[in-house]
Design a protein around this ligand. Structure first.
Ligand code: SF4
Length: 483
């Protein structure tokens, strides 16, 4: 039995068309998609790509056997999915059958979830190249300034529960607790041999429990040996590539995603997924890769205090990337003692001058090649400033092996205070959008999550380009782009 539209409605409500209404000229699917729909951009963008050159498999039709899906169709499906927060292969399969945009985009093709998932697994590197291809397209459209980038990182959770990650210390504690339990059960086993009470567990039950505890302990010992052998600080049981990290809202078991955001329009010029729990070693790799992607001769890069590693800043200097990083706020463990900044360095004599006007000559090269300078005992002994200077008999000041680099960095960062506010706006916006679209990784393993993040970045940059140019203009430029 069929029901007409408006079956239970009062007169005066807006009414649709009857489901049984026949039309003389059937509607085309294309008429149901707005001229300025984002799905048209996905279609046009993927059609500009040379998929074989980018490394996609199955780009040539087979002569025999069942023909495969075209990689362009599966790539369009994934890009559309990441733009619309539909990321899992099963959900994409479902949407292919019922979503009007996908019916249009894929010409009513409906691949099964395994085909969809296999495509992402088999084309990880190629998907990352697609991300770079869109950066190149945007660069050709003058959407990148290629003068200043903001470098920042954010932690994304992986497919691993925090309860299934162990550090070496935790494992050793667990092994010690198991030892204690095993001893208790051994004592119980001795007692069970002499008692015959029905209330107590039998010797066989205790022996079975002991066997389980010993097996658990052997597993832990194996994990500790593996960690020691591979110099790993932790082991994750579900996704071995995730790391325990401190995020903005507590501990995260996942990956550290780095981005370089161009200052002209906030587009992402380069991104990377890393296993580093801190940002300390990320400035040079990310800034230099951004410079290469933007094909810039010189580049300025601004980052927060977590990126202020002297080796990284020096590597950037040498590659013509000028960095701006605020000095990390150091906590003086002795309270309100003089900070090193009040000691003046004299390059001519290679010595420091203290607030009391005394000279601290070079003493020795210490840890990490840092140079140490120490005041004379007789100078500090009767000095009225000593309570504010040192708790030792005399004050020592250390100088980093790249101290001149750090001083130059501090000076140029002080001279451009507006860059810090700009950095926050630039770098935090993409992470906000991407985390709203894809709050955590669905796949396991670094290569797989790197492909996932590339899809998120493609979606972000597409959204940004649509907002900047408008969809009709972006479509016009994509159509004009060489295929
Ligand atoms: S304690 Fe020694 S190093 Fe410190 S201000 Fe006095 S003389 Fe200088």
């Amino acid at each position: 039995m069929t029901r007409s539209v408006g079956h239970c409605r009062m007169v005066g409500h807006i009414e649709g068309q009857s489901r049984d209404q026949a039309t003389l000229f059937p509607e085309r699917l294309d008429e149901l998609i707005a001229a300025a729909a984002a799905v048209r951009v996905v279609d046009a963008f993927v059609d500009t790509l040379e998929l074989a050159k980018l490394g996609f498999g199955k780009t040539m039709p087979q002569r025999t056997g069942r023909p495969p899906y075209a990689p362009s169709d599966l790539l369009k499906l994934y890009v559309w999915g990441y733009l619309n927060q539909v990321r899992s292969s099963r959900m994409l399969e479902r949407e292919c059958r019922r979503n009007i945009e996908l019916l249009w985009l894929l010409n009513r093709l409906a691949p099964d979830f395994k085909t969809i998932a296999d495509f992402r697994r088999d084309n990880r590197e190629a998907i990352r190249r697609v991300c770079r291809a869109f950066v190149q397209f945007c660069k050709g459209q003058d959407l990148f300034g290629a003068e200043l980038v903001a470098v920042d990182g954010s932690k994304f959770a992986g497919q691993n529960s925090p309860k299934r990650v162990w550090t070496q210390g935790q494992l050793e504690k667990k092994a010690a607790a198991l030892d204690k339990k095993i001893e208790e059960y051994l004592a119980k086993l001795d007692a069970a041999d002499t008692q015959e009470s029905a209330a107590e567990p039998s010797a066989a039950d205790i022996a079975a429990m002991l066997e389980r505890l010993r097996a658990e302990k052997a597993e832990i010992e194996q994990s500790v040996l593996l960690m020691q052998g591979m110099a790993m600080g932790q082991v994750a049981l579900t996704d071995p590539d995730v790391r325990l990290m401190r995020g903005a809202h507590g501990v995260v078991v996942g990956y550290n995603v780095q981005v370089a955001v161009d200052a002209r329009h906030g587009l992402i010029a380069h991104h990377a997924v890393t296993q580093d729990s801190t940002d300390q070693n990320q400035l040079a790799p990310v800034a230099l890769a951004a410079k290469e992607a933007l094909e810039a001769e010189r580049l300025e890069a601004v980052a927060d205090a977590g990126y202020g590693d002297a080796d990284q800043v020096k590597a950037c200097d040498e590659a013509e990337v000028t960095t701006f990083v605020p000095h990390p706020r150091s906590v003086n463990p002795h309270g309100a003692l003089f900070d090193k900044s009040v000691f003046a360095y004299d390059a001519a004599t290679d010595s420091y001058r203290c607030p009391a006007g005394k000279t601290l000559p070079f003493r020795r090269v210490g840890k990490d090649e840092a140079r140490e300078y120490r005041a004379a005992r007789k100078d500090c002994c009767g000095c009225p400033l000593k309570p504010r200077c040192t708790k030792s008999a005399r004050r020592t000041v250390s100088r980093h092996r790249h101290e001149a680099t750090l001083e130059a960095l501090a000076e140029r960062t002080r001279a451009r205070p507006e860059l810090m506010a700009k950095r926050r706006c630039l770098a935090e916006h993409p992470f906000g959008i991407i985390k709203a679209m894809a709050p955590r990784f669905l796949c396991r393993g670094l290569p797989a999550v790197a492909a996932e993040m590339a899809l998120s970045v493609i979606a972000f940059n597409l959204k940004r380009a649509m907002a900047l140019l408008g969809i009709p203009e972006l479509l016009r430029r994509l159509d004009a782009a060489p295929a």
